[in-house]
Every structure is written in structure tokens, then in C-alpha cells.
Design a protein around this ligand. Sequence first.
Ligand code: HH2
Length: 285
Amino acid sequence: MLRWRFGTHDLDLTDRGLIMGIVNVTPDSFSDGGRFNDHGRAVEHAFTLVAEGADILDIGGESTRPGAEPVDEAEELRRVLPVIRAVRSQTKALISIDTMKASVARAALDAGADIINDVTGLRGDSAMPRLAAETTAGLVVMHMTGTPQTMQANPHYEDVVAEVRGYFERRLRVLEAEGIAPERVVLDPGFGFGKTLEHNLVLMRDLDQLAGMRPLLIGVSRKSMIAKVLRSDAMEDRFWPTVALTARARENGARIIRVHDVKANREALRMTEAVLKESGPQVAI
Ligand code: HH2
């Protein structure tokens, strides 16, 4: 059984995965181009994602794309808090706060967020593990080498899958020693965070080797790895390959899929799960 337990939630992800819809409240997000950077539009976008079937809304006020400028705490809070409050008061969807700062995570939890999604795996801010231990929030622990400013400089691994796996094992041990139950954690290999195209493709191919420890979350939606494979910079060309990767990732063990386009990816997830669940006699073609 693959369960994710946090707060008052006890989610059985064995047969049914979750869709995490992305709500960027940033002027420099690589794929939304800042279209949702005012609060009203971000809230409206969040409701659209819920209507399309998002289980979790991932609200973020600081872009983590390669080379993105860091945002200070006050500005990040100004961006995300009104959106979290509005979404919390009007939907039952789970809310995650996509942040590397403990102060932002704390304010977001106070405003009604359920989950902390920290791309540094709770290593970027020394106050983050303490905050996590003091609360019962769900936690997304991602793998990244370096920081968003430096991570793509010269990524190198002897064996990327083994190294990400080792990192997951170490993080679960360290966090447990800090008072954080592993059952609160989901793990994310961090596609595009300190990885070349080849590293990303190998991680996707061998995802099953990372599954099983804890539920796996993956975020490949509209990422540049797709543009590199298809040799196209057009954002609209990243839609269908994202859907294909959702099906592939679920088949290979992922349970939570972080996407911009909720409806199509949710359908791919449900369809893949229907096939995976069918263990009866083969139907003649
Ligand atoms: N990717 C991005 C941001 N946060 N969180 C997790 N857990 N996993 C990811 O792969 C991940 C993430 C970057 O994607 P996006 O939100 O589309 O870009 P940005 O916020 O930089 O505009």
C-alpha cells in the first residue's frame, strides 16, 4: 500500500494517483509568461484547474527556472498569500506552497495550505526542517544539485538514478531523525534541476527504480527537455509530449503528476490506471 498521511489526510495512492495543478503567481514563469501574475487571475486560474480535476493546487511566487532571479520574502508573501486565502475559502482542493523559504511556508500554512513543496528538499533554509517537524503538513522532497542560479552549469553524475535514490534514502533518514515521519513525505527526482537532457531521459526511463520507497511526484510539464527532444521552442508543442510522459511516468511508478494542463493529463492518468488495474483474463482482439 502506498499511503501519504499528513494533517487530517490519509491518501491511498496505490491504485489512484493525484494531479497537482500549477498556479504560478510570478511575472517571469517560463511557460505562463506572467499571465497569471495578478491575484484575481491567479485565483480564477486555480478554480479552472479545480474544475478540470486538480487534486492539489501548487501555488508558487518564486520562479525556479534555470537562472531565475531570487525573490525576497516580502514580495513572495505579497504574491502568494492573497491567492492561498482566496482559494482556501472557496475550494476543498489540497493546497501546496511551492517555496524554498521557511517563513513563506509558515505563513502559507497559517493561511490554509496543506503541503510544503520545497525544491531544495528542505535543505535550502535551515529553518525548514524545524517548521516541518512543528507542523503536520505534507512534504514534497525534491532532488536538485546546486541552486536554480547554478544548477545547469555543468551537471555530472556517475549514475544519476543511483545518486537520486541515495539522496532520497539519506533525506528520509535525516528528516526522520529531525522528527518528521516518512509517511508525510513524497519524493521527486527533480526533472530539469541540475540535469542534462540525457539525465532527465534516463530518470524517466528508470523511474521504477525510484518508486516504492515513498510515493513519487514528477514535474515535467512543458519543460525544456521536451523542446530539446522535439527541436521546437514553441510552447504549444510541449502539450502532447507532456501528456505522453504522464502516462509513461504513471506506468513506471509515479503517483503525483505536477502539470499546467490538468484535464488532458488527468485523463491520461485515469486511462493508464484503468489498464494497470486490469488483471483479469486477456480480451481477444
Ligand atoms: N518544477 C518547477 C517548480 N516547482 N516542484 C516540484 N516538486 N517538482 C518540479 O519538477 C518543479 C517544482 C518548475 O516548473 P514551473 O512551475 O512550470 O516553472 P516556474 O515556476 O519556474 O515558472
